[in-house]
Design a protein around this ligand. Structure first.
Ligand SMILES: Nc1ncnc2c1ncn2[C@@H]1O[C@H](COP(=O)(O)OP(=O)(O)OP(=O)(O)O)[C@@H](O)[C@H]1O
Ligand SMILES: [Mg+2]
Length: 317
């Protein structure tokens, strides 16, 4: 039988946690994941990423909606699906007094096939720490071990819930390279993150989730392109009163917004826009404390859509 193009199809997904008042964590999400791609759920704390993932992983029951994973449903195909997916939860509690080698042996014993313990250690770069107690591993090493645990059954579909939160930049890059390898092997990866850069670096397709709904989705470059300009100029004003409407009409400028005391211009032609902007500032007695030009990013997409930054929503970053 031909494999379906989509490994995940979910429609009208809703999850209400009971309580007083009840929490509507997921409010009608439609979500498709194409085989062999890396797809990211991007959103701030409490957006509903973990809830969505845990429903797709068959760990939580949705209140409403239809979920198909690898062509089956959790109600009728649980055993088959469990064998074919790998899961790394947002927080993995590994046994402190076991070593990575022992842990992987244990996890492997649950599956009839899959890579050897040595291969797994190599895959996540933990050969040196194979026999150290887990309690003596760094955060990044523990995270890589958690990913190795998700890979023991050689899954074709892998869920990673915030694989790099709390990691230093170097560990983060190591995890990125593991994820890139998985994708290169033709596996499908669904991950959640609140790091825009991570989504841009790794994902073929991103769904930006905010307060339980998907507010934008597409390949990262297309989402950024939808801003209508691919560069952003940010100015902190030291002196003078620039008129946003006038700045918006300058050549090369697509749009002007004000945010956290910064004037933010989305621009289609940075050189043209900068020249016109500097001229406007000189003519109108506007002095900048700082002026910065950069590529537009998913962060700008989120800001445009919500009026907030992900950082504001994610105080632990
Ligand atoms: N077991 C639960 N009972 C009640 N409410 C819950 C439960 N789990 C999550 N929630 C609520 O559901 C909403 C979505 O939570 P969820 O964990 O899915 O968000 P998230 O996007 O994964 O956030 P984070 O980035 O912090 O991990 C939040 O408002 C949260 O407080
Ligand atoms: Mg979460």
């Amino acid at each position: 039988m031909a494999e379906a193009a989509y490994v995940i199809e979910c429609r009208g997904l809703r999850k209400v946690y009971p309580g007083n008042p009840p929490v509507e964590a997921v409010c009608g999400i439609d979500f498709l994941v194409r085989r062999g791609t890396c797809v990211g759920l991007l959103g701030p704390n409490g957006a509903g990423k973990t809830t969505t993932l845990e429903i797709l992983e068959g760990l939580l029951k949705p209140t409403d909606g239809e979920v198909r994973v690898l062509g089956g449903t959790w109600d009728s195909d649980e055993l088959r699906l469990r064998r074919r997916i790998g899961v790394s939860l947002q927080e993995t509690r590994l046994a402190d007094r076991l070593t990575p080698r022992e842990t992987l042996h244990l996890f492997r014993s649950f599956y009839g096939c899959g890579p050897s313990v040595e291969e797994l250690l190599l895959l996540v770069g933990l050969e040196d720490k194979a026999d150290a107690y887990i309690r003596n591993l760094s955060g990044g090493q523990k995270q890589r071990l958690a990913i190795a645990c998700a890979l023991v059954g050689e899954p074709e579909l892998i869920f990673l819930d915030e694989p790099t939160t709390g990691l230093d930049p170097q560990s983060r890059r190591q995890v990125w390279s593991i994820i890139r390898n998985l994708r290169e092997q033709g596996r499908t990866v669904v991950l959640s993150t609140h790091y825009m850069e991570e989504a841009e670096q790794l994902c073929d397709y991103v769904a930006i989730i905010d307060r339980g709904v998907v507010i934008a989705e597409g390949p990262p470059v297309s989402l950024v392109a939808e801003l209508g300009g691919d560069h952003v100029i940010e100015i902190a004003i030291e002196q003078g009163n620039p008129d946003p409407a006038q700045i918006e009409s300058l050549p090369g400028v697509r749009d002007v917004g004000q945010f956290r005391g910064l004037l933010q211009l989305t621009v289609t032609d940075p050189q043209l826009a900068l020249e016109a902007l500097l001229h406007y500032m000189r003519q109108n007695g506007v002095v900048a404390a700082t002026l910065r030009a950069r590529h537009a990013s998913l962060e700008d997409v989120f800001l445009r859509l919500t009026g907030r930054t992900l950082e504001e929503e994610t105080p632990n970053l």
